[in-house]
Each structure stands twice: as structure tokens, then as C-alpha cells.
Design a protein around this ligand. Structure first.
Ligand code: A2P
Ligand code: 11C
Length: 349
């Protein structure tokens, strides 16, 4: 008994964490199939005590699969996710391919698990920087309502995949050794110019839109509205890549709808909130840090304080592992919820 599960993009930065999260889950698992591009076919990866051969991701690979976790880029999802669903698999897609499709639930289990009831075989996992922000804001929204959010992110290079981690490492080593290095990946592998990330934050994540925002910023704005089911929520973002391997950090300013909140009250709500660890003790220099959050499933929140100039407005600082809660763990957590809600099946049309 148990599910037959496929991971698409198993050789990638997120895929590797998906394997780890499936090793740790209580989800009943019958088999795991690792899929990637034809370049990786035959490569051996470990799942628990077994060596598994990576296979090429193609439509027939989804025969007999109950659950498929996708993280191989939007193009692969667009092409193969419908093929997987057609063959009876429920797809949890970590790319942006289907997130804004009104027929596809966009789910963070701490925020909108009931949206899973609406699925037609496909569920979207939000962008990593969006997920941790809504985990931190949801307990505050529930109690006081949320009017406006202004966020600035400091995002790890692993959000851009394994090649970007390699680039940060190689470039840092080259610069420290006094050697030349030509950037080839960051800020965006497909864009025209590439810039140094070592010792140098870059205010571009994903491509620029016509309005001057990057697509990463667009995602934070529109995904947040969809997850919180509030088109009137005012959200704006500036997304910055920093020379950190793993874990995104975010400075969040927010305005609440109702009166009566204090920093102490918000800290109390955060201390009890699911998926949140409050690390907020200025007297003892306690605040969230990427090095501590890397490898953990929770969102760490601190620096909660009132805006002294504006009523009902506050700041917080949150940090979470972009590859875990931002991607692989949120996907596996969705799978656990689907299992508990008896939703691991593709509804008949
Ligand atoms: P591969 O290693 O075979 O290229 P990352 O986010 O770390 O860059 O990883 C991207 C993941 O997506 C890898 O597992 C990669 O596999 C996979 N991938 C890329 N292109 C394809 C494709 N056309 N079909 C299936 N998987 C793909
Ligand atoms: C980054 N947030 O840090 C991106 C990676 O839409 O799933 C994830 C992109 C996405 O570069």
C-alpha cells in the first residue's frame, strides 16, 4: 500500500530537497520514480537505503503514478503536467506555469489548505519568497486584517538553481584569489547581461516587465493576493539577490486593517502560529539568520516592531529555507494534506 510518487527535476537543487523531504515524510509511499532530462538518464541517486536510476521525463513515465512533484522549469511543467494528470496522477507543480490559472489552487498549507478541495488534478506551489511572507503574515491577518504590504527581499542564489550556487562559489574563490571571473548565470541565465554576485547584491531576480518591476516582484504581488483571496490587498515588492547560498531573508512593512495591535500582541500571535518560529529578542541580540534557517522547514520571524510614524503599521523580518518551505517542503506538505483530506485522486470531469 502507499503512493507511487514521481519527482520531475530530481537532479536539481529543489529536486534533491524533494527526495529528502519524501525520506522524512509520514506519507505512505509505495515507490519513488526520479525523472529529469535525457542528459541525466541512468544517473544514480539515493532514496533511503535504495539506489534509484534517474529516468527521462516523458509522458509514458507517468503511467501508474499517483502523485507527481514537478520542479524542472515552467516549460517542462506546461508540457508534461497535463500528460501526468491525464494518466491519473495528481500534480503538485513548483513552477510558475499554472499558478495564476483560476482553475488551479495555489496553496500554502498554513494559509489556504481548503483551496485543495477545488483541485482538478493540478495544484500549484507558490514562489519561494511569497510562501514565507504569507506564512508570517497570515496569523496577523486573521486577527487584525491586512491592508498593505511593502516587502524587500534578500534572496539566496539557490533560487536560481544549482548552476547559480556553483557560480557564487567559483566567483568568490576566483575574486579572493585575485583571478578574473566572467559571470554567466546571474542575475538571470536567459537574460542578455550577467553580473558579479560575489560581494555584490543584485536588484534583479527574473526578467524585467514593462512597468519596471521584475517578474519575481510581480509574482510576490499577485501570488499573495491569490493565496490570501483578496484582490484589494495592496502589495508591492523589491527583490534583491544576495551572495548567500540558501535561505531567503525579507524585510516586511505592513499595515493592518483593525486598531488595537501592538508589537507584543503580534509577537504572541506569531509565537503560536503554525510553521513559524519567533526569534525576536533584541535585548539578547536574537533575530532570524539565513545560516540558522537553512535546512529547517519553518519560517523564522523577528524584529517585530511598530512603525512609529504610522498607525496600525509594523515591520517584521522573516527568513526561511527557499528550497524547503519555499519549494520542496511546501510541495510535500501539500501532498500530506491531500492524503489526509482524501484528495489524492484526479476528479472525473
Ligand atoms: P537535468 O539535471 O537532467 O538537466 P536546477 O533548478 O538546479 O537548475 O535543476 C533543474 C532540474 O530540471 C534538473 O533536475 C534538470 O534535469 C531538470 N530539467 C531541465 N530540463 C528538463 C527537461 N527538458 N526535461 C526534464 N527535466 C528537465
Ligand atoms: C528565485 N524565487 O529565488 C526564485 C526561484 O517561480 O518558483 C523560484 C521561481 C519560481 O530565483
Amino acid at each position: 500500500t502507499g503512493y507511487n510518487i514521481a519527482i520531475v527535476g530530481a537532479t536539481g537543487a529543489v529536486g534533491g530537497r524533494m527526495i529528502k523531504m519524501l525520506e522524512e515524510t509520514s506519507l505512505p509511499i509505495k515507490s519513488v520514480k526520479l525523472l529529469a532530462s535525457s542528459r541525466s538518464a541512468g544517473k544514480v541517486l539515493r532514496f533511503k537505503d535504495k539506489d534509484l536510476q534517474v529516468q527521462e521525463a516523458k509522458p509514458s513515465a507517468f503511467e501508474g503514478i499517483d502523485l507527481a512533484l514537478f520542479s524542472a522549469g515552467g516549460g517542462v511543467s506546461k508540457q508534461l503536467a497535463p500528460e501526468a494528470v491525464k494518466r491519473g496522477a495528481v500534480v503538485i507543480d513548483n513552477t510558475s506555469a499554472f499558478r495564476m490559472d483560476p482553475a488551479v489552487p495555489l496553496v500554502v498549507p498554513e494559509v489556504n489548505p481548503a483551496d485543495l478541495y477545488q483541485h482538478h488534478g493540478l495544484i500549484a506551489n507558490p514562489n519561494c519568497s511569497t510562501i514565507q511572507m504569507v506564512v508570517a503574515l497570515e496569523p496577523l491577518r486573521k486577527k487584525f486584517g491586512l491592508k498593505k504590504v511593502i516587502v524587500t527581499t534578500m534572496q539566496a542564489v539557490s533560487g536560481a538553481g544549482n548552476r547559480a550556487i556553483q557560480e557564487l562559489n567559483d566567483e568568490t574563490a576566483a575574486i579572493l584569489a585575485g583571478k578574473d571571473y566572467t559571470p554567466q548565470v546571474l542575475p538571470v541565465s536567459g537574460d542578455q547581461k550577467h553580473y558579479q554576485i560575489a560581494f555584490n547584491p543584485l536588484a534583479q531576480i527574473d526578467v524585467f516587465e514593462e512597468n519596471g518591476y521584475t517578474h519575481e516582484e510581480w509574482k510576490m504581488i499577485h501570488e499573495t493576493k491569490k493565496i490570501m483571496a483578496n484582490e484589494d490587498l495592496q502589495v508591492t515588492a523589491t527583490c534583491v539577490r544576495v551572495p548567500v547560498a540558501v535561505a531567503h531573508s525579507e524585510s516586511v512593512w505592513f499595515e493592518l486593517e483593525k486598531d488595537g495591535a501592538t508589537a507584543a500582541k503580534l509577537q504572541e500571535l506569531l509565537a503560536q502560529a503554525p510553521g513559524v518560529v519567533l526569534e525576536d529578542d533584541p535585548a539578547h541580540q536574537v533575530f532570524p539568520q539565513a545560516v540558522n534557517a537553512a535546512g529547517k522547514k519553518e519560517t523564522f520571524v523577528g524584529r517585530v516592531r511598530a512603525d512609529e510614524e504610522q498607525k496600525n503599521a509594523f515591520h517584521l523580518y522573516c527568513v526561511s529555507d527557499n528550497l524547503l518551505k519555499g519549494a520542496a517542503w511546501n510541495s510535500v506538505q501539500i501532498a500530506e494534506y491531500l492524503d489526509q483530506m482524501d484528495l489524492v485522486r484526479v476528479p472525473q470531469k
